[in-house]
Design a protein around this ligand. Structure first.
Ligand code: ZN
Length: 69
């Protein structure tokens, strides 16, 4: 799993992939995608402000939850 910063021109409401709170997308968006390039969703500015390593650990937990045992 990886994340990418993308420019955003649309003003629309998104659900944060990590904290599940709705937020208004700003000029830049952080998009989480798989290594194959499939987009999982957006991360809100509040979670982005916690830093890359925190986001990385959250994404690992999400990824673990996605993989069936
Ligand atoms: Zn969030």
């Amino acid at each position: 799993m990886q994340f990418a910063i993308e420019c955003n021109t649309l003003k629309k409401q998104q659900m944060c992939l990590i904290c599940h709170h709705p937020f208004q997308m700003g000029a830049a968006r952080l998009v989480v995608c798989s290594n194959q390039g499939d987009s999982y969703g957006d991360v809100c500015p509040e979670c982005i402000s916690r830093g890359g390593s925190w986001i990385g650990s959250q994404l690992r937990q999400i990824q673990d939850a996605m993989i069936p045992n």
